[in-house]
Design a protein around this ligand. Structure first.
Ligand code: F6P
Length: 365
């Protein structure tokens, strides 16, 4: 017989950019909820859009069997933001969407909504809890930038992909005596570029948190050349920013960026070529970083977070986000990550680790 649970029936959705481990998390939630507590599970398609459009289905064991190792999400995802952010007439459209979500939630007779996603998803989850819904969040993103958890699932897989790419670029950069800029995801936070940069031995790492000076990059590349290393690997986060750009107002920065390449990797490669005269190339890893099977570590984390979410469901402890805290799985109030981004702190130990092995961050340290 199933154990007692306060939650009898709940909905589950995945929202925001996909990442490896989403299906492992869905499986963790669904298996524990079904097998331990006999809860009924409603799968919601394509993130919050599925609640707006009433695109839902009951999930049975066959639906969540054999999905542990699969990339993507069996539920589909979208970047739908019911509280605004997708239309010009934000408030009116947003409130219609929010009432559609609240209606679907009550029509489906849900006791709780489990939202699996990044900053935007957990923020929306928190806002929905203020509208009276019971919500539990799970932190996923390759960016690792959610406040309140020591790691998000998806990050470890993306790190392995980024590191392998850097390893491969190393040999071609060396063969041709080139500088190669590799752009990794991370619009606001540089965790992925920092970790992959250290793991792959990047010569220069550029993060959104440390504005770079192209002169410092040029000096570092020239210094390497003089020491018998006429090639360099530059690992740049998508959100890397120069001192010059940081000083511009938003409009000028947008214009400068539009004129200087489709993304940070190309822009930085061009700046390096101009500064040093060195043959420079750019590689943008893009969505390869988010696709495919999850690493073992992400499978474990996603499964653990999923099953921990079910314990909260069973106890009726709503309004929380499960989290990795140190070496343990716990939970925090859902208001904690709301509207925030976990940046790489300036005094984070790995910045010093990287500097100690000769990596330049494009600043004058
Ligand atoms: O999910 C986060 C992320 O990976 C960011 O690093 C990146 O800026 C964003 O997704 C891009 O994704 P999309 O094109 O799906 O909006």
């Amino acid at each position: 017989m199933a154990n007692h649970s306060v939650t009898k029936r709940f909905g589950v959705l995945t929202a925001g950019g996909d990442c490896p481990g989403l299906n492992a998390a869905i499986r963790g939630v669904c298996r524990a909820a079904h097998d331990r507590y006999g809860m009924e599970i409603v799968g919601i398609a394509n993130g919050f859009r599925g609640l707006i459009e009433e695109d839902t289905r009951i999930l049975k064991p066959n639906d969540f069997s054999g999905i542990l190792t699969r990339g993507g999400t069996i539920l589909g995802s979208s970047r739908e933001k019911p509280f605004g952010g997708t239309t010009s007439d934000k408030d009116e459209v947003a409130s219609d969407k929010v009432s559609a979500i609240v209606d679907t939630y009550s029509k489906l007779k849900l006791d709780c909504l489990v939202v699996i996603g990044g900053n935007g998803t957990n923020t929306t989850g928190y806002k929905l809890s203020r509208e009276g819904l019971n919500v539990i969040g799970l932190p996923k993103t390759i960016d690792n930038d959610i406040v309140g958890t020591d790691r998000t699932f998806g990050f470890h897989s993306a790190l392995a992909i980024g590191t392998e790419a850097i390893d491969r670029l190393h040999s071609t950069a060396q063969s041709h005596n080139r500088a190669i800029v590799i752009e990794l995801m991370g619009h606001k936070a540089g965790w992925l570029a920092l970790y992959a940069g250290v793991a792959g031995g990047g010569d220069i790492i550029l993060l959104p948190e440390i504005p770079y000076n192209i002169r410092e990059i040029g000096r570092h590349i020239e210094k390497r050349g003089k020491s018998g290393k006429p090639f360099s690997i530059v690992v740049a986060a998508e959100g890397a920013i120069s001192v010059k750009e940081a000083e511009m107002d938003k409009k000028d920065r947008k214009k400068y960026r539009l004129e200087n390449g489709p993304s940070a990797g190309y822009r930085i490669a061009r700046e390096i070529q101009e500064e040093t005269g060195m043959d420079t190339r750019a590689t943008v890893l893009g969505y390869v970083q988010r696709g495919g099977i999850p690493s073992a570590s992400d499978r474990v984390l996603a499964t653990s977070l999923g099953t921990a979410a079910v314990e909260l469901l069973a106890k009726g402890k709503y309004g929380r986000m499960v989290a990795l805290i140190g070496n343990d799985i716990g939970s925090i109030d859902l208001s904690i990550p709301e509207g925030k981004v976990k940046h790489v702190p300036q005094d984070y130990y790995m910045i010093d680790t990287a500097r100690a092995v000769g990596t330049c961050f494009g600043d004058n340290n």
